[in-house]
Each structure stands twice: as C-alpha cells, then as structure tokens.
Design a protein around this ligand. Structure first.
Ligand code: CP
Ligand code: NVA
Length: 310
C-alpha cells in the first residue's frame, strides 16, 4: 500500500479564523483534502491515539457529523460537550482542563472572542467550527468544491447574495487568497464586517482579484460562475427573523437572478437552507445546485485540516 504523503503543519497551530492559514497552507490543505477524498484508506490510522473535544454552544448537523466521522475514520476519538462555554466555570479553567485530556479542541460558539480565548488559554490546537464572525471549515469545503467543479478558483467570479454574515466574511477572505473575484450584495444595514472587507481587498490586490460590495443582487450576479447564499437570520439572530424577511425580500436567489450569471453558473449554500426565503425550491433542487457536494466535502476538508494541525 502507498504511504500517505508528507504533511506540512499550520504555523500557528490554530484555525480560529480563515487567515490563520497562509495562502500556501490553504493550497496545501485543499490538495490534501482531494487526496484524502480519493484515497481515504491511506489515512485510516493517522490520528491513532488522539482524542479531540467538540464543543457546541449552538445546534449543528453537518459540522458535528463530519467532525465526528472524520476523527473516527482517521483512527482518533471524538468527545462532544454541548452548552455555553464559560457559564458553569471560567473559560480559562475549562480550556486548561481540556488540554490535559485531548489533542485538539473544535468549538462552535456564539462569539468569536470565545474561540480566540479558548486558543489563548489551551495549549492544543483550536478549530473554529462557526462563530458570529467566521465559518472557516465551511469555507474550506466550499473552496474544495469550487476547485473540483471548475478545475481552479483563479479567475472565476463568486457572488454572495444576502446577509453580510460569518459565511460572507470567510468566503470573501478565501476567494481573495485563491485569486477569485468576489461580489457581495447585501441590503443596507446588513453589510459584511468593514475590517474583513479591507483585509480581503489587501489580499485581492496581491492575488490580482477583485472584491466588490453593493446593494444590487443583479450587479453582483452579473457573469458570476457561482452564486452563493445563506440564511437571512443566522443562529443567534432568530428574534430578528421577521424584520429580516422584510429587509431581504429583494435578495432571494431565484431563477431570474441566474439570468444575469454565466450560463454554466452553479448554486451554492452552506445549509441549512430556508426554501422560499433566501433561495427558491426550484434553484436549490436544480441541476445547478452543488449544495450536497459542499456538504460532502466538509468531511474531506476537515480530515485534511486535522491532519495538518495534528
Ligand atoms: N453548514 C453547517 O455548518 O451546517 P451545520 O450548522 O448543520 O453544522
Ligand atoms: N450563517 C449561518 C450559517 C449556518 C451554517 C449561521 O451562523 O447560523
């Protein structure tokens, strides 16, 4: 049997945010993710003897299942804890308990600060499994899906329509690093984080790509190779759902929006989706939709991430 290829390591040891990966590490990770997908048998005991804690402050299907499966399929052991971090005892105590027992911590938290503080107080790698600011694991799987579908991300146009949320932030940063144009259309008052836009523009200047932000979905979708959307009210903002439905009414991804895009354009969504809100049932069920490829790649991309971090 062939040996698994040598792995490079993520310099800082954490993935609390997308930019913890250098552009080279990102490319290496995506290559490894394809390899893991092609030849999973080569990695069956790569995490033998390793235990990983999964902390969930919020619900999850994809992230929880794919991390548990990834760890199991790599020969490691996953242990899950649900509930708010830092409520029953100080976060810094929890972090310093966990790092005596496990080799890594994966955390889905309400606030980015919680993931950052876990990384600060624990001596083992910490992975952001979604916070209010970023969803780097989803973005990795999405970049893998784009590369698989189009061969390369470089030179493509990626449109994100809807809320300037954690997904928009993570996708923008990754698109810029891979040399892909990124066009964001949000309603007023729901723009992406301005500091993230600035960062993405700096990166895009290096990679010769373009970041545009507007309030115009048709303009963002113009000649796009991929149109991506996400829920209008993210976890933690459910109480704003009604007012958001009004604010986002013109931002639904439907067949009409695709008339502005390239004829071959794909539809993407991190899921869970609210059909009839951010996307029509027609679009998500159409031949353009690659949402289940994205979901599958969560497994492979996270295996690659764990292999690089551990
Ligand atoms: N896309 C995603 O992270 O899904 P879950 O919330 O189900 O984990
Ligand atoms: N923006 C969504 C993504 C869910 C995977 C949320 O944070 O709820």
């Amino acid at each position: 049997m062939m040996a698994a290829p040598a792995l490079s390591k993520i310099a800082q040891g954490d993935l609390t945010k997308d930019l913890d990966l250098t552009p080279d590490e990102l490319l290496g990770l995506l290559e490894l993710a394809s390899d893991v997908k092609r030849s999973p048998e080569l990695y069956r005991s790569a995490l033998a003897g390793k235990s990983i804690a999964l902390l969930f402050e919020k619900p999850s299907l994809r992230t929880r299942m794919t991390f548990e499966l990834a760890i199991q399929q790599l020969g490691g052991f996953a242990i899950v804890n649900e509930g708010r971090v830092g409520m029953r005892e100080p976060l810094k105590d929890m972090a310093r308990n966990l790092d005596r027992w496990v080799n890594a911590i994966v955390a889905r938290t309400f606030f980015q600060k919680t993931v950052d503080d876990l990384a600060r107080w624990s001596s083992v790698p910490v992975i952001n499994a979604l916070s209010d600011m970023f969803h780097p694991c989803q973005a990795l799987a999405d970049m893998q899906t784009i590369q698989e579908h189009f061969g390369t991300a470089r030179g493509l146009k990626f449109a994100f329509i809807g809320d300037g949320n954690n997904m928009a932030n993570s996708l923008m940063l990754n698109a810029a690093r891979l040399g892909m144009d990124f066009a964001l259309a949000t309603p007023e008052k729901y723009e992406a984080n301005p500091a993230v836009i600035d960062q993405a523009r700096e990166i895009a200047a290096q990679s010769r790509s373009k970041i545009t932000v507007s309030y115009d979905p048709a303009e963002a979708a113009r000649n796009a190779d991929a149109i991506y959307t996400d829920v209008w009210a993210s976890m933690g903002a459910e109480n704003e759902a009604a007012e958001r439905r009004t604010a986002f009414a013109d931002y639904q991804v439907d067949e009409d929006l695709f008339t502005h895009a390239a004829p071959h354009a794909v539809f993407m969504h991190c899921l869970p989706a609210k059909r009839g809100e951010e996307v029509t049932d027609n679009v998500i069920e159409s031949e353009r939709s690659i949402v289940f490829d994205q979901a599958e790649n969560r497994l492979h991309a996270q295996k690659a991430l764990l292999l690089m971090l551990l």
